[in-house]
Ligand binder design. Sequence first.
Ligand SMILES: [Zn+2]
Length: 289
Amino acid sequence: MLEFIDSQLAHWPLARDNYQALGRSERRSIQLGDLTVGIQHNPARIVSTAAKTDAKSIAERPCFLCSKNRPPLQVGIEITEGWELLLNPYPIFPTHFTIVCKTHAPQEGFPLDMVCMSEKLPGHTVFFNGKHAGASCPDHLHCQAVKTHELPLMRLIENKHTLKYGRKATPDTLCLDTPFAFVSLIITPDLEGMSELAGIESTIGTEYIKHGRFNAFVWIDSGGLLRICIVRRAAHRPSCYGSEVGQHLISPGCIDMAGVLITPLKKDYDTLTEEEVRSIYKECSVKLF
Ligand SMILES: [Zn+2]
C-alpha cells in the first residue's frame, strides 16, 4: 500500500501538493467528556464541505467517482471484487483512501463488502457516510479508509469495549460520557458473530438505512477482532452551516463523528467553542441508541 501511495504522490501533482499542505495544517483539541475531539484547519477540504448535494446540482455535474471522469493521473487498484481503491486527493490524514464501487450506483444500504476491505487493510478503519450523513457524492457508492489510530472514537471503543461487556455495547452500557450515542459491535468469528453481521441493517434501523442517516465504521482491532461502530444521524448538516458571520462551514461525515472536526475556514478553526462543538454533535446525531 505504501508503494501505491508513493507512486501516486510521485506522479500526480494535485495529490502531492495537497498531502504536502496537510503537513502544515493546524490542529487543536478539546475534551468532551471521554471523547477527545481534534479540530483540524484544512482549506483543501472545502471541495467536500461546501459540496452541493441537492438532486439538481448532482444531476448537473459529471460524477467525479466514475472512472471515465476521474483525473487521468489518479490510478485505481482492485481491493476486493467490484471495488477500487484510490488515493483521496483531498486528504484529512497522511493515509486517506477512497474506495469506489466500479459501477455508478447510489450511496445506499450498508455495504457488507466493508468487512472484506477491512481485512485487506489491516490497521485501517473503513467507513461509510450515508447519503444524508455527510456524503459529498451521494450518487456513487463509495467508502473511505484511514489509519485507525487517527480516529479518537475508534481508540476509545477499543480501549473501553471488551468482550466482558458483551458483543454489543453503547456509551450507556460502557459508562462513557460522549457527546452523541453510538453502537459498538464486536463481531466474533462464530455463529453469534455471523448472525450479528447478518442483522446489521436491523441494528442500524430501517428508517436510518432508508434515508441514509448513519455513519458506519468497520475495522480489525489490534487483537484481530472485527469491529463495527454505527452512529445514527438526525441531520446531514448542523443549523449553523454556512460561511456568513455567526455560521460555521462544517459538514460532519464519519471522520468528524469519529472525533476529528474539519474546518476549511480559518475563522471557524479559530473561534469554535466547546459549547458550539457539543451543539453541532447534538444536532447531527441521536441522543440514545
Ligand atoms: Zn459515478
